[in-house]
Design a protein around this ligand. Structure first.
Ligand code: MG
Length: 173
């Protein structure tokens, strides 16, 4: 079993992961609407990965005999000035999520909840990757600036990203 406090904290994180997914789906719609379909594709895949993150937490809470409750998902922004702006927003958001994961990790340590701590290790590593990827794309779009050909090429490159499930832990059982 997990404590009520840990259960509540994990439910809050589930909501954050869904919010992240909703956010990235919104970014995808923005770039779809301005004809940058590669970037839209990249964010659509990001959206699916966030749903995987939520499912990993959901499966974990159930496996520990907890109770998953789903809260409303808050509103997300609808538009961004440029790809660079969207990736800067992504990095800031992922840094916030990293802090949330770290808080959960601290709670698991405080409660001597070693199973939850172990489960969170996956997310600790995942957040390093999320931040690194966002930073890399910020660098690329900064380098390109307003060069239309550069944006066209990078958009094509991001269009080739394909979805693979973030972790088998997102599968039920
Ligand atoms: Mg996430």
């Amino acid at each position: 079993m997990i404590t009520k406090k840990m259960n509540d904290a994990l439910n809050a994180q589930i909501n954050w992961e869904f919010w992240s997914g909703y956010l990235y789906l919104s970014v995808a719609q923005h770039f779809e609407s301005v004809g940058l379909k590669g970037i839209a594709n990249w964010f659509s895949i990001q959206y699916k990965e966030e749903l995987d993150h939520a499912l990993i937490f959901i499966n974990y809470v159930n496996a520990r005999g907890g109770r998953v409750t789903l809260a409303p998902i808050a509103e997300v922004p609808q538009s961004w000035e440029s790809p660079l702006d969207a990736y800067k927003f992504t990095l800031e958001h992922e840094q916030k999520v990293t802090a949330l994961i770290n808080n959960l990790y601290q709670l698991a340590e405080d409660e001597k909840d070693f199973a939850t701590r172990q489960m969170l290790n996956w997310f600790v590593a995942e957040q390093v990757e999320e931040e690194d990827t966002a930073r890399e794309l910020i660098d690329k779009f900064t380098l390109i600036g307003n060069d239309g050909m550069g944006i066209y090429q990078l958009d094509s490159e991001l269009g080739s990203r394909t979805y693979t499930q973030a972790s088998p832990l997102a599968n039920k059982d």
